[in-house]
Design a binder for this molecule. Structure first.
Ligand code: SF4
Length: 285
C-alpha cells in the first residue's frame, strides 16, 4: 500500500470511528475487480445518516500515526429486537382488537375486552365491571370507576352511591332497567382513588365503543373524571354541572357523582335538579 493510499485509508477509518463503527471486514474482489474491499460492519449504536456519496470524507485535523492495516473481522449484525414477555400482572403491549366492519354489539366489545390486563388496575381488581342495563337505552350514565361493592358483584352502581342513583331515577320516573350504566374504567382503583391518566387512556376506548354501540340520545356524566374523559372539560364539576354539551350527535349532561352527595347531603337538590333536566330532555326525544 503506498503512502497516499495509507493516509486516505487512515482518514476514512477515523471518520467511521467517530460514527461508532469499529469493525470492518474484507470482501473478496468481485468479477472485474482487482482489489479487495473493506466494508464497515453494522454499527451497534443508533443509526447515523451516512455522508452523501458525492461528499468527501472529513479530513483528520491532527497528525496520526499510520495504523496497521485493518484485520478482517466477522460481519457484525444488529442484536435482535428486544420483545418483552407479557407481564402476568398487566400487559401494556396487549394488541388492540382488530377493527370490525359494521356496528358492534356490547357482547362483541365485552369479548374483545376479555380478561383485560391492559393497565395497572388489573392486578388488584376482583371483577371487571363492564356495564349494565338496556343495550338500546336512550340514556347512558357514566361514572368514574367501580367501588368495593361493584368489584365484588361485577355490576356498576350497586353500593350506596348506586342506591342514591336509583332513588334519583325513581324521583323523575326513570327505571334502572331502561338505562345503561358504566364507568370510565372497568376495574376498581385501589382505595377508590381517582383513576389515573394512563388507566383512563387504556380503558376509555372500550367506553367509547360502548357508547357507539348503544347510540343513546343522552349521556349523563357523573362526576369530574367522567366529564373530563367524555367531554374533555377540566373545569370544576360544580361550575359546569347542569349544562348540556355535544358529544358527536349525542347530547351530554354533566352532573355531580352521587358519592359527592353522600358526602354532602345538603347538596342533594342539585342532583335532583339535574335529573329533572334529564327527564325533560328525554320527553322531547
Ligand atoms: S381498567 Fe380497563 S384497561 Fe385497565 S385492566 Fe381494567 S378493563 Fe383493562
Amino acid at each position: 500500500m503506498d503512502e497516499q493510499t495509507r493516509k486516505e485509508l487512515t482518514a476514512w477509518l477515523e471518520f467511521y470511528q467517530e460514527l461508532g463503527i469499529e469493525g470492518f471486514y474484507r470482501r473478496k474482489p468481485g468479477a472485474g475487480e482487482t482489489q479487495p474491499h473493506f466494508e464497515a460492519a453494522q454499527p451497534a449504536q443508533p443509526a447515523v445518516a451516512p455522508p452523501p456519496k458525492s461528499a468527501a470524507p472529513p479530513m483528520p485535523t491532527r497528525a496520526v500515526p499510520a495504523p496497521e492495516p485493518p484485520k478482517p473481522v466477522a460481519h457484525a449484525t444488529l442484536p435482535p429486537a428486544v420483545i418483552r414477555p407479557p407481564s402476568p400482572a398487566f400487559n401494556l403491549f396487549e394488541a388492540p382488537p382488530p377493527p370490525r366492519s359494521g356496528p358492534e354489539t356490547l357482547e362483541q366489545i365485552r369479548e374483545d375486552l376479555g380478561d383485560c390486563r391492559r393497565c395497572k388496575l388489573a392486578p388488584t381488581r376482583k371483577t371487571i365491571v363492564f356495564g349494565d342495563g338496556n343495550p338500546h337505552a336512550k340514556l347512558v350514565f357514566i361514572g368514574e370507576g367501580p367501588g368495593a361493592d361493584e368489584d365484588e358483584q361485577g355490576i356498576p352502581f350497586v353500593g350506596r352511591a348506586g342506591k342514591l342513583l336509583n332513588r334519583m331515577m325513581q324521583t323523575v320516573g326513570l327505571k334502572r332497567e331502561d338505562v345503561y350504566i358504566c364507568n370510565v374504567v372497568k376495574c376498581r382503583p385501589p382505595g377508590n382513588r381517582t383513576p389515573e391518566k394512563d388507566e383512563v387512556d387504556s380503558c376509555s376506548p372500550f367506553l367509547y365503543r360502548q357508547i357507539e354501540a348503544i347510540k343513546p340520545r343522552l349521556i349523563c356524566c357523573l362526576g369530574a373524571p367522567a366529564v373530563r374523559t367524555v367531554l374533555g372539560i377540566k373545569e370544576g364539576i360544580t361550575k359546569i354541572r347542569g349544562q348540556f354539551y355535544n358529544f358527536g350527535s349525542t347530547k351530554a349532561l354533566a352532573t355531580v357523582h352521587p358519592a359527592y352527595i353522600l358526602r354532602n347531603p345538603r347538596e342533594e337538590k342539585i342532583l335532583r335538579e339535574d335529573f329533572e333536566k334529564i327527564r325533560d330532555f328525554l320527553k322531547g326525544v
